[in-house]
Design a protein around this ligand. Structure first.
Ligand SMILES: *[C@@H]1O[C@H](CO)[C@@H](O)[C@H](O)[C@H]1NC(C)=O
Ligand SMILES: *[C@@H]1O[C@H](CO)[C@@H](O)[C@H](O)[C@H]1NC(C)=O
Ligand SMILES: *[C@@H]1O[C@H](CO)[C@@H](O)[C@H](O)[C@H]1NC(C)=O
Ligand SMILES: *[C@@H]1O[C@H](CO)[C@@H](O)[C@H](O)[C@H]1NC(C)=O
Ligand SMILES: *[C@@H]1O[C@H](CO)[C@@H](O)[C@H](O)[C@H]1NC(C)=O
Ligand SMILES: *[C@@H]1O[C@H](CO)[C@@H](O)[C@H](O)[C@H]1NC(C)=O
Ligand SMILES: CC(=O)N[C@H]1CO[C@H](CO)[C@@H](O)[C@@H]1O
Length: 637
């Protein structure tokens, strides 16, 4: 009877009050969740947040950070007390279930119960955060983030100052992946710097990548009507302006032909965006001046898309200019849009875009050029495989690996919108004067004139870096970037190129070579001979295992980039590496081994989570050991 009463009470509280949690022995504890999920309800209004897909767990994390930001604003504490974590999950779960009835947050996303109350180990209060970060840096954040963050440009400025704060001061250890130290800058900025607070839709979109639609459901219909009227008016206006513009262009073209003027800037409707971002649109004359008319001496690189030049702007700053070849006027609108988006993505480990130029010239055809910061120390490729003598030391390589991983993790999980790089390779990892790694060329793969086809025609160029599922089926996910990152990491560790040809002229992939060494228990043999200042063997081995895991041919086996960053930054161990499928050109022993595995049902598992564990029992696997090899294949999950 009493039990029934408790059950009724349980359901009643679930509907009306924050949920108290039950202690292990069944007595009611008066612990309520101090987080206020009502702020979300207000933000989302009638709209349905998407918590379902694979990106759902990321938006769950972002949502919790927003709620946490509201919490610290009220209390001064970053995290709710540990004893309330069960109650907080329950409250959040019931919020989520209003939109996704069958979605269990903790089990679907692999969150530990305590993680909602745990995060950055060394920071718990607002004042601790403010003591850790120098006032000068906080002041910079206040200048950039205390404004409406609704538009790309102020948002990019704010994120830039926050990311430099993250990289320098929030590098401590953290528990769980919901509130890592790096997220504290965003939580803090939303709570105490931005005057509109975390519940402002613009702030939420910029700092937490959460999109909210209008919440006023009564006014919705009226808004739709107004929107339609506005659209019709604008369309009409555009038609009129477009007509005039077309006419003007025609007459101008005629005049141009008569006078034989060498260049004209193409006026485009997107010019109006020029004022709203920090991105500069250069004229073709500026560019010619900066590169001394594309002088050969200024050329610093060439690729499938075109050439790269070094240049000096009128203000004296040195820049790199990438000139795309075979462009047409037709793609300019999407190019300009894409460039605007890329320019808004800023991070210490990403090459910053300064500006661009589109123009039509009489002699050289249509031009598209982007202008980036010049990286003094060239590319990782130059340093690993170039002829300029000195080998990079291990501490430098470690820093480059971590910087690259951070840059990519930011593209995948921090940038808004998410960007898949598609073309990560050693020549796209640039190094600034401090040898800090900067990922270049993100967001631009789609403008390569040859698109995907260049991989089949010029296999040696980038084939060694491309994930198999992307090369074979065009299946593009963040994990294809992880694969390419794994290959770059292997190059960094071994000093060997992604693709090599053996004595018989057969191409062999670095990933296969590294895997065969790791499989036979010799991971340290991957490391380049004579590596200056090598670290401890444990750390070197860890990096080798991370690289082999990242470059695993099956995408489910690869970690995400933020897991990679975590493994590199902390003591987190590398998970065991799942066995590979039979390679296309299999050795006899591989086939025999897999046949013996099929007998025990291992290789036919749909998920293929058969792990090869690495340990002391792992010695050389000679071809006569099929029996024992089979027993070393261990299921992890
Ligand atoms: C139940 O647990 C609480 C603390 O969690 C304790 O104070 C109480 O005495 C326990 N009650 C019983 C009946 O064991
Ligand atoms: C729990 O809280 C309710 C009201 O919030 C209060 O009436 C009740 O006395 C509390 N119980 C205990 C054991 O503290
Ligand atoms: C939670 O937030 C809503 C809206 O911001 C506010 O009306 C309400 O009072 C808050 N509740 C608590 C317990 O702070
Ligand atoms: C929960 O923890 C907080 C702080 O750690 C403490 O103040 C509070 O008394 C605890 N509540 C219960 C019911 O144990
Ligand atoms: C929490 O996660 C760790 C691994 O990160 C795991 O070892 C531990 O068992 C988990 N704890 C709970 C209570 O689930
Ligand atoms: C942000 O700007 C508002 C209005 O200009 C001002 O009142 C507030 O003090 C500023 N906040 C910070 C943290 O500088
Ligand atoms: C910089 C700093 O304060 N680091 C500390 C973070 O917390 C761990 C464990 O709580 C300490 O060992 C570090 O010294």
């Amino acid at each position: 009877m009493l039990l029934l009463f408790y059950h009724l009470l349980f359901f009643f509280t679930l509907l009306t009050f924050p949920l108290p949690s039950l202690s292990a022995n069944g007595t009611l504890l008066n612990v309520t969740c101090p987080l206020n999920f009502t702020v979300l309800r207000d933000l989302y209004g009638g709209a349905k947040p998407s918590f379902d897909s694979s990106s759902g767990c990321q938006s769950i994390r972002q949502t919790l950070r927003l709620v946490q930001s509201d919490y610290i604003r009220r209390t001064g504490f970053f995290l709710s007390p540990l004893n309330s974590s069960e109650a907080c999950w329950d409250a959040f779960q019931s919020f989520v279930n209003e939109f996704e009835p069958n979605f269990n947050v903790r089990s679907s996303c692999g969150f530990n119960t305590s993680w909602i109350s745990q995060g950055c180990v060394n920071i718990t209060t607002r004042s601790q955060f403010e003591q850790l970060v120098p006032n000068r840096v906080l002041q910079d954040v206040r200048t950039n983030c205390n404004q409406s963050l609704e538009n790309n440009s102020p948002c990019a400025l704010c994120l830039t100052s926050l990311s430099s704060l993250q990289a320098s001061y929030l590098t401590g250890p953290s528990i769980g992946n919901i509130f890592p130290c790096t997220s504290y800058s965003l939580i803090y900025a939303a709570a105490f710097v931005n005057q509109y607070g975390p519940t402002d839709p613009g702030t939420a979109q910029c700092l937490f990548s959460l999109k909210f639609t209008s919440k006023d459901s009564n006014g919705k219909k009226r808004k739709i009507v107004i929107a339609i009227v506005v659209i019709v008016c604008v369309l009409g206006l555009f038609l009129v302006i477009g007509g005039f513009w077309y006419y003007w262009r025609l007459t101008k073209k005629k005049k141009m032909r008569k006078r034989n003027i060498s260049t004209t800037e193409m006026a485009s409707g997107l010019d109006s965006m020029k004022g709203s971002t920090t991105l500069i649109r250069y004229t073709f004359d500026d560019i010619k001046k900066a590169t001394r008319n594309f002088s050969r001496d200024n050329m610093i690189g060439r690729g499938g898309y075109g050439n790269v030049y070094k240049g000096v702007l009128p203000d004296g700053s040195e820049v790199a200019l990438k000139r795309f070849k075979n462009c047409s006027v037709a793609g300019d609108a999407s190019f300009t849009h894409e460039v605007q988006v890329i320019a808004s993505v800023r991070h210490v480990n990403l090459v910053a875009l300064r500006g661009y130029c589109t123009a039509t010239t009489n002699f050289e055809g249509h031009q598209r050029i982007i202008v980036c910061d010049l990286m003094k120390n060239g590319s990782l490729h130059d340093h690993l495989f170039g002829s300029n003598g000195k080998k990079l030391s291990w501490p430098m390589r470690q820093r480059i690996a971590l910087g690259t991983a951070r840059g990519l993790a930011y593209l995948h999980y921090g940038a808004q919108p998410t960007i898949i790089h598609r073309d990560i390779k050693a020549s796209n990892i640039l190094l600034d004067e401090m040898f800090e790694a900067k990922v270049a060329d993100f967001g631009l793969a789609k403008f390569n004139p040859e698109g995907m086809t260049h991989m089949s025609t010029r296999v040696a160029g980038t084939m060694g870096y491309v994930a198999p599922e992307y090369a074979l089926y065009g299946q593009l996910t963040e994990r294809s970037d992880v694969f390419s990152f794994g290959v770059v990491l292997l190059e960094l560790l071994s000093g060997r190129k992604a693709l090599q040809t053996d004595e018989e002229g057969q191409p062999s992939a670095l990933t296969d070579w590294a895997w065969s060494l790791v499989r036979t228990g010799r991971p340290l043999d991957v490391i380049e001979d004579g590596l200056p200042e090598p670290g401890s063997p444990e750390v070197l081995e860890k990096y080798v295992l991370i690289a082999v895991l990242c470059s695993h041919p099956q995408l489910y086996a690869r970690p995400t980039m933020d897991q990679v960053v975590k493994m590199m930054e902390t003591e987190t161990s590398v998970p065991s590496i799942p066995e590979r499928p039979i390679p296309l050109v299999a050795e006899r022993t591989d086939i025999e081994r897999s046949v013996s595995n099929c007998g025990s049902g291992n290789l036919s598992s749909p998920t293929g989570y058969q792990a090869y564990t690495f340990g002391s029992e792992l010695q050389s696997s000679s071809s006569k050991e099929e029996g024992s090899t089979g027993s070393r294949i261990v299921s992890t999950d």
